[in-house]
Design a protein around this ligand. Structure first.
Ligand code: CA
Length: 548
């Protein structure tokens, strides 16, 4: 485990804790809306409580209740169909498809009984953009990391805007981790970082507000999932060796399991120290290379699926076991009722089952990771308190409907404002947020105020779809292709009615000119609000979308 500072800095750490605690109390006073004379009295009381509390190791003893623990459990390349839990619905009810019968995720089935899952939840179409959206609450069009970050070279592509954010996040950026750190949380990063290129500050999550970093770096995929291969160190894929897990080198252990043991240990330490924890557990799995998780490979041997798809399924089940072990550990620590879990994927499925624009990898959805179809950007999202407790004040504040399915549109940008709202932390001045707090949706209610929209911007190539923006609003989805190509049916525009045609088989752009115009107009307005960067033509001018 890597620590943010050596122990010799303990006095400094205490001072920082004191400052953070004082800030937390100031915030508490400010948000209580009291007049200054009364606030002054409360400040004196709060300070007294604070200093008394410091002796007991409490960060902000003026808190009315211990802060809720937060887990973001992020699975790489896990699409909405990569689970035995049905996330898609038909007439408002969950509907199973054959892929749900292929995968085995028993822990997720149990959590689906405890929490709410979303059927229309979106991520960006590739890794780094989603990870930065989670940390900032912003669309990729705004934070400008619109492509995955190649650790070693600027991979924008031949027509990419020069100023796209290949550098990713830096110490100067507002991040969810830093906000929670300042709020008094032990902030724990486990697994894949992918927030910045090699040797950049963003390559180390500790520069982004995490106290602890286990195995996070610039790489987007592991050299190997096997401990006996030292997770890639010393192999032909050593440039992608997973750092920080040397104690497992040479052992018969799968990466998913090694990360789980480390995550549990870090959480246990925080709980023992009575610190609220924020665990950002970003599994490397189920990203390629598709190496079977030997603990579960037998379950798929007679599936009739090709070997890579069997390996992928064993990796999915390995991640589910990780989730089960983590939940069991948190339960054994006695803090399950005060722990909020968000489970999700970071882009559409990369299941090796077919072509990027086919109905295959995410069937019945069309497309897969990287593509402009729903299979490229629809991911599972589930939220749960790990143990229901009607007496818990945080559960009262953020009730989650057990066993419910939420059909409204939501996205990875919404977690940031949801958590800030839960903790009564204001959005930092000058930091624009594209997400919307999910409170009512998590309670299983409709929220007429929440925009039913999602904007996805990809001014890059080469990938499975090149140079495109998509915009969903309610039942409609428009895709704009800056340089028309075969996958976009040779047109600038594709328009789908996801209510009538959820699997995107019928382009309505010709038949619905007014809807097309309205959708492209709103898409352009959304891009302009984000100050998006556009692909660049050969003559150096930006290729702006044309409203039909
Ligand atoms: Ca990914």
């Amino acid at each position: 485990m890597i620590r943010t500072k050596p122990d010799t800095d303990a006095p400094l750490r205490q001072e920082t804790l004191l400052l953070r605690a004082a800030k937390g109390c100031m915030l508490w006073l400010r948000e209580s809306g009291m007049s200054w004379p009364r606030a002054g009295l409360r400040w004196l009381v709060a300070t007294a409580i604070l200093f008394t509390g410091m002796a007991g190791g409490s960060v902000c003893a003026a808190e009315r209740d211990p802060l809720p623990n937060i887990v973001i459990f992020l699975v790489d390349d896990l699409g909405v169909m990569d689970s035995s839990v049905p996330f898609l619905t038909e007439n408002g009810k969950p509907r199973k498809y054959p892929l749900n019968d292929f995968y085995r995720t028993p822990c997720l089935e149990e959590l689906a009984r405890r929490g709410v899952r979303f059927s229309n939840f979106y991520a960006m179409s590739v890794c780094s953009p989603t990870r930065i959206s989670l940390m900032t609450g912003q669309y990729a069009a705004r934070h400008r990391t619109t492509n995955w970050i190649n650790p070693d070279r600027n991979n924008g592509g031949p027509h990419a805007p020069a100023d796209w954010n290949w550098q990713g996040l830096g110490p100067q950026d507002v991040t969810l981790a830093r906000i929670l750190q300042q709020r008094g949380y032990r902030t724990i990063h486990v697994g894949k970082g992918h927030f910045g290129p090699r040797h950049s500050p963003g390559a180390d999550p500790r520069n982004l507000g995490f106290d602890i970093n286990i195995a996070g770096a610039s790489i987007g995929a592991p050299g190997s999932y096997y401990g006996r291969d030292r997770f890639g160190a010393g192999t032909p894929r050593s440039s992608h060796a997973v750092p920080g897990l040397e104690k497992y080198h040479g052992q018969d252990i799968y990466l998913t399991e090694a990360l789980t043991r480390e995550a549990v240990a870090a959480v246990r330490e925080a709980v023992n120290e009575r610190r609220p924890f924020f665990l950002y557990f970003a599994h490397y799995a189920v990203h390629a290379p598709f190496q079977p998780d030997p603990r579960f490979a037998d379950h798929y041997r007679h599936s009739g699926k090709p070997a890579p798809a069997q390996a992928f399924a064993s990796m999915v089940e390995g991640v589910d076991r990780s989730l089960a072990d983590l939940v069991a550990a948190i339960e054994s620590m006695g803090v399950a009722e005060n722990t909020l879990l968000f489970y999700l994927g970071d882009n559409g499925s990369d299941a090796p089952l077919g072509g990027p624009h086919e109905v295959a990898s995410a069937a019945p959805l069309r497309g897969k990771k990287g593509s402009h179809y729903e299979g490229g950007m629809r991911v599972p999202f589930l939220a749960a308190w790990l143990r229901a407790d009607p007496e818990n004040p945080w559960q009262t504040r953020l009730p989650i409907a057990a066993g419910a399915v939420q059909d409204q549109v939501a996205s990875v940008c919404d977690l940031f404002p949801t958590l800030l709202a839960l903790l009564d932390v204001p959005i930092p001045d000058g930091h624009a947020v594209d997400g919307y707090a999910l409170g009512r949706l998590l309670a299983g209610q409709a929220d007429p105020q929440k925009p039913q929209t999602f904007l996805m911007h990809y001014p890059h190539s080469p990938h499975r779809s090149d140079y495109w923006t998509s915009y969903r609003k309610g039942r409609w989805k428009v895709v704009y292709h800056y340089f028309p190509e075969e996958s976009g049916m040779g047109s600038h525009y594709q328009l789908f009615d996801l209510e009538q045609d959820p699997f995107e088989q019928h382009d309505r752009a010709q038949q619905e000119p007014q809807t097309l115009r309205m959708m492209v107009k709103e898409m352009v307005e959304g891009l302009e609000r984000c100050k998006a960067l556009y692909p660049i033509r050969n003559d150096g001018s930006p290729c702006l979308p044309v409203i039909p």
